[in-house]
Design a protein around this ligand. Structure first.
Ligand SMILES: NC(=O)c1ccc[n+]([C@@H]2O[C@H](COP(=O)([O-])OP(=O)(O)OC[C@H]3O[C@@H](n4cnc5c(N)ncnc54)[C@H](OP(=O)(O)O)[C@@H]3O)[C@@H](O)[C@H]2O)c1
Length: 185
C-alpha cells in the first residue's frame, strides 16, 4: 500500500484562501490534473471539514457508481452514521495506523491511498510516518491568511523527487516523505 498526500497551496503555504472553504482558488490546470489523478486512487482519506467542502461532488461520484472507499476522520463519527454508505463512505475516529487496517480489510491492501487533507489530517499522517510521498501544487497566489498546509506541531525535511509545470504558471512538486526527520523527535 502506498500513501500519497496531495494538496494545492498558495505561495506562502495556505491550503485555503483566507477562511473560504474548498479549493476554488486552484488553477484550471490543477483542477484538470487533480480530477484525472483521483481516478488512480481507489481509497481516499480526508478530514470531516474537507469532506463537507467537497460533499456534493463526492456524493455525485458515489451515486454514479464509481468504485472506491472514502474514509472521513471525525472525533464524533456517530453523528454522521446516517451518511455512511457501506464500502464507499466510512466515518472514523481511529488513529492513522488503524485506518490502514480498515483499508486492508476492505480489500484494498495493494491500493494507492490518497491523503487529501486538510491540515490536521496531513499532520496526523506525517506524525505517524505513514506518508510515502507529498504532492503539492504551488499556485502563483498570495492570500495573506488561510489554513496552513501543516499544523505547527510538526516540522520535517522532505526530499524533492520531481518538479513539473501544470499549465501556464502552476508548479507540481513531488516529495519523498519516507525516512524524513521529524524535528520534534
Ligand atoms: N488546498 C488543498 O489542497 C486542500 C486540501 C484539503 C482541504 N482543503 C480545505 O481545507 C479546509 C479544511 O481543512 P481543516 O484542516 O480545517 O479540516 P480537515 O482536516 O478537513 O477536517 C478537520 C476535522 O477532521 C476531524 N479530525 C481531525 N483530526 C482528527 C483525529 N485525529 N481524529 C479524528 N478526527 C479528526 C475533525 O472532525 P470533527 O469536527 O467532525 O470531529 C476535525 O474537525 C477545507 O476548507 C478544505 O476545503 C484544502
Amino acid at each position: 500500500m502506498q500513501l500519497i498526500a496531495i494538496a494545492a497551496q498558495s505561495l506562502e503555504g495556505f491550503i485555503t484562501r483566507r477562511d473560504e472553504p474548498g479549493t476554488e482558488f486552484t488553477s484550471e490546470a490543477d483542477k484538470k490534473w487533480f480530477t484525472q489523478l483521483m481516478e488512480e486512487f481507489p481509497v481516499k482519506v480526508m478530514g470531516r471539514k474537507t469532506y463537507d467542502a467537497a460533499k456534493p461532488h463526492i456524493l455525485k461520484q458515489v451515486k454514479s457508481g464509481k468504485r472506491g472507499l472514502r474514509i472521513i476522520l471525525s472525533r464524533s463519527p456517530e453523528i454522521y452514521s446516517d451518511q455512511e454508505i457501506p464500502h464507499k463512505i466510512h466515518f472514523t475516529a481511529l488513529p492513522p495506523e488503524k485506518q490502514l487496517d480498515i483499508i486492508r480489510s476492505a480489500g484494498y491492501q495493494d491500493a494507492s491511498v490518497a491523503i487529501l487533507g486538510g491540515s490536521s489530517v496531513y499532520t496526523e499522517f506525517l506524525k505517524a510516518e505513514l506518508i510515502d510521498e507529498f504532492w503539492i501544487t504551488l499556485e502563483p497566489q498570495l492570500f495573506g491568511s488561510g489554513m496552513p498546509l501543516i499544523h505547527r506541531s510538526w516540522t520535517g525535511q522532505l526530499e524533492l523527487l520531481e518538479s513539473s509545470r501544470l499549465g501556464e504558471s502552476s508548479i507540481l512538486l513531488k516529495y519523498r516523505c519516507k525516512n524524513y526527520k521529524n524535528a520534534d523527535g
